[in-house]
Write a protein that binds this ligand. Structure first.
Ligand code: NAD
Length: 504
């Protein structure tokens, strides 16, 4: 009797405050799962007022290559909260990902992806898995700056910034503190990318010292991903850069049961966007079998973000109850464990029936009122001394003998610059390259000041002027080589700020 009373009391809890949310129905299964999610939100008394925005395929096809209409930006800026179903982005060609555009244009720097097991109701080999992946959301290879530089070589720029690293790493530690988590693991590949991933790792180590109560550790991303797949129960909060985070969060969701179940929050200073981690699943679109749980869990995170924590707990507990009762969509369904295979809308209706109930076996959701409020201090820039010490000149050359181009460039006497080495795909091929090294039509020629390599504890380079680089480029052009780009070589506060060639 008491239980029924409590159930009724929770079921009747509603929010009096109207929250206007920009809602995008998306592509593929998007409209099906959004419809189910909005129905649950409405039944829960969350008092969410959706304002529909048009994004995705329909907008692209209408000739708007940004994938989002002007009015939609206005709705987003007015409401500051977006609930978005997945959208389709073509692979390898066509328009740019609107997801990435939204995240970057709106400054949504943190992508928070909690994944946990629902054993024994959803099949997983890891009954105690409970991990939150905090993925940097604006930088890295997802800057999407790509060029074909020669016939054989294309390039994608990996951009990592100190303010970006500081924001995401601090967010991860603040998240761990707020949600009572014990450990933050940083995943990088700084044994190879010493500058970019190295910066992420350095910032992680710096900021970790400010949170002595939280354990911190670092892993190289390859072994880290393998260990996450093999022993996810050993992880608590993981912080990583954009691409690695994208990959490991799908791995985590899949091994927890289904990629269709995890939600995510994209959080910025003023605006936040909530979405499932999965895509538009064109293979099952229109079949009414999609699991709405990923988007629903994102909506729960949204409710926490706007301070409607009671309603968030109510929906989450109804969801856990439905899963516990064995009412599952096809991706969750398992013979012997599930009671009924449900369509998207049947699952939503069953969940609505369960609003107000608490799960009996699974741990009930009990998110704290203070959750969802993480603010990150403004970045304070520490000025460093930046000295130009050389340039890498990239040349498009069809020849195959490194000595030929090397000797031609070595004869150039351009002010105080001299050729130090040439690499091809990062491997030193001049002087003293190996005949086995495969060479493409893309040659990186490193020029440094003739006074360079002043001997000391660490090699020191001599300062040069940019005019010397301009003169050098002109000389290279005059002897018939095609310059495709240059990268300046700098020292910051006396430290070399460029990578050495493999074998340099
Ligand atoms: P996907 O996540 O759409 O699908 C992968 C597999 O998981 C498919 O077999 C699919 O049927 C299944 N699946 C995904 N969500 C499910 C759900 N809710 N219920 C049941 N099964 C589900 O990944 P994909 O096929 O690589 O990508 C399809 C499209 O989605 C691409 O255009 C991609 O760019 C886009 N995408 C969008 C987002 C986003 O909008 N945030 C994220 C990832 C991918």
């Amino acid at each position: 009797m008491e239980n029924t009373k409590t159930t009724k009391a929770i079921a009747n809890q509603t929010s009096t405050e109207v929250t206007k949310v920009a809602v995008a129905y998306g592509d593929g299964i998007g409209p099906e799962i959004m419809k189910a999610t909005l129905k649950i939100l409405e039944a829960s008394g969350a008092n969410i007022q959706p304002e529909i925005i048009e994004v995705g395929e329909k907008v692209y096809v209408s000739g708007n290559s940004s994938g989002i209409e002007k009015q939609s930006w206005e709705t987003i800026n007015k409401n500051k909260i977006i609930l978005k179903a997945p959208i389709t982005t073509p692979q390898g060609k066509g328009y740019k990902s609107l997801n990435v555009t939204l995240r970057k244009s709106l400054g949504l720097f943190a992508n928070v992806r909690p994944v946990n097991a629902l054993h024994p109701y959803i099949h997983t080999n890891f009954p105690n898995m409970d991990v939150v992946i905090i993925r940097e959301n604006e930088e890295d290879l997802y800057a999407g700056i790509e060029h074909q530089q020669t016939q054989d070589v294309v390039q994608c720029l990996k951009l990592i910034t100190r303010p970006g690293c500081e924001k995401i790493v601090r967010y991860a530690f603040e998240y761990a503190k707020l949600y009572g988590r014990k450990k933050v693991t940083c995943m990088v590949k700084d044994n190879i990318m010493k500058l970019t991933d190295g910066l992420f790792h350095t910032v992680f180590k710096e900021i970790a010292t400010e949170y002595p109560e939280i354990k911190s550790e670092s892993q190289i991303i390859d072994i880290g991903s393998a260990r996450l797949a093999a022993n996810p129960e050993n992880y608590d909060v993981i912080v990583t850069s954009n691409l690695y985070g994208d990959i490991i969060s799908d791995i985590a969701a899949e091994i927890a049961g289904s990629v269709g179940m995890a939600g995510s929050a994209n959080v910025g200073k003023n605006i936040a966007m909530f979405e499932a981690i999965h895509g538009s699943a064109p293979d099952i679109a229109g079949k009414a079998i999609a699991n709405p749980s990923g988007l629903l869990n994102a909506a729960v995170m949204m409710l926490v973000h706007v301070g409607k924590v009671n309603i968030a707990n109510k929906i989450k507990n109804a969801w856990l109850t439905t899963i516990e009762q064995g009412y599952h969509t096809a991706d969750m369904y398992e013979e012997g464990q599930s009671i009924q295979k449900m369509s998207t809308s049947e699952f939503a209706d069953k969940l609505i029936e369960n609003l107000g109930k608490q799960p009996q076996q699974l741990t009930p959701s009990d998110i704290d009122e203070k959750a969802g409020k993480i603010s990150i201090p403004e970045y304070i820039r520490q000025e460093q001394e930046q000295i130009l010490v050389g340039t890498d000149v990239f040349i498009n050359w069809k020849g195959s003998n490194p000595n030929e181009i090397g000797e031609a460039l070595a004869t150039l006497k351009s002010y105080k610059l001299k050729l130090k080495m040439i690499t091809n795909r990062g491997v030193k091929v001049f002087p003293n390259g190996l005949p086995e090294t495969y060479c493409t039509d893309h040659w990186r020629c490193r020029f440094v000041g003739t006074d360079a390599m002043i001997k000391g504890e660490t090699p020191k380079y001599a300062p040069i002027d940019f005019e010397q680089i301009l003169a050098l480029l002109s000389n290279i052009n005059e002897i018939g080589y095609e310059v495709i780009k240059t990268e300046n070589l700098y020292e910051f506060d006396g430290k070399r700020a460029f990578s050495l060639g493999q074998g340099e």
